[in-house]
Design a protein around this ligand. Structure first.
Ligand code: G1P
Length: 292
């Protein structure tokens, strides 16, 4: 069993970049090929051995709660019609050993506040945070969060997923810097939320995967509003770094920023090209597409 049992999914954002699609539904319910974004993240956590999924939800997120609930009528109907393959797809959204917890974040005060809302469900244990907007795919290899669990097990300290970005994009991310310790692994000496390119300490950006020790909750309790007037997880991590060693892990795999329209479209195209049922037909379609 994994040393990290709990995964937290902050899904209370307003999704304004996808309006009007997100007027009534959560952006995390937008589908990439045939699965909602949130399910890619929950499957990643479950495959890495986590058994408690904590969703920090806001308004318009009822579809997420329904997605992780039993769908009695649908399941009964599929059973009666002997649609066993479809029934299996529906049942597998929440495997039998998984517990789901839903916590309302009534005010959108930022990612740090959302993570703090998970404290009663997490308790005094290390836990993972996965931001479903960041769809990370590592075909044939360990998922991003599995790679980070492996690092946690060796180092016994918080681990932040990172990626090299173009420095002109630093104001979209938390940016980290610190000495390289091993291949893919650095120590976090500095972490800043959304700095301008001139202020960025390096070109290493935080992506939406974290493994955090429970000491982060004490830091979050006193974190003031920061960038964007929100309570930032990055600021609490900067405080935690003063008392615990924190690691930045440059994961293996491709990341699609599904919080942006272009990243979302890229994810759809690339995942479709890997999809058992669709790959061949879709590849042929793209080959024949007249792009002029
Ligand atoms: C959040 C974090 C940021 C991180 C990013 C990764 O920002 O605050 O540090 O780099 O996720 O996707 P958001 O994209 O929610 O503005």
């Amino acid at each position: 069993m994994s040393s990290i049992r709990t995964a937290v999914f902050p899904v209370a954002g307003l999704g304004t970049r996808f309006l009007p699609a997100t007027k009534a539904i959560a952006k995390e319910m937008l589908t990439v090929v045939d699965k909602p974004l949130i399910q890619y993240a929950s499957e990643e956590a479950v495959a890495a051995g986590m058994d408690t999924l904590v969703f920090i939800v806001g308004r318009t997120k009822n579809a997420i709660i329904d997605h992780y609930d039993k769908a009695y009528e649908l399941e009964t109907e599929l059973g009666l019609r002997n649609k066993t393959d479809l029934l299996k797809i529906v049942e597998e959204v929440v495997p039998p050993h998984i517990h789901c917890v839903f916590i309302r974040q009534s005010e959108a005060l930022g990612l740090g506040h959302a993570v703090l809302c998970a404290k009663p469900a997490v308790g005094n244990e290390p836990f993972a945070v996965l931001l479903p907007d960041d769809l990370i795919y590592n075909k044939g290899g360990d998922s991003c969060i599995q790679q980070m669990v492996n690092v946690y097990e060796e180092k016994q300290g918080s681990v932040i997923g990172t990626q090299t970005v173009d420095i002109t994009e630093s104001d979209k991310y938390g940016m980290v810097a610190g000495p390289v310790l091993e291949q893919r692994l650095s120590r976090v000496d500095e972490i800043i939320e959304k700095p301008s390119p001139a202020e960025a300490p390096s070109d290493q950006a935080v992506v939406g995967r974290y493994i955090l020790t429970p000491a982060i909750f004490d830091k979050l309790e006193t974190t003031q509003r920061g960038a964007g007037n929100e309570i930032q997880l990055t600021d609490a991590i900067a405080e935690l770094r003063k008392t615990e060693e924190i690691f930045a892990y440059s994961f293996e795999g491709a990341r699609y920023d599904c919080g942006s329209k272009i990243g979302y479209l890229e994810a759809n195209v690339e995942i479709a090209l890997q999809h058992d049922e669709m790959a061949e037909g879709f590849r042929n379609y793209l080959k024949n597409l007249n792009l002029d």
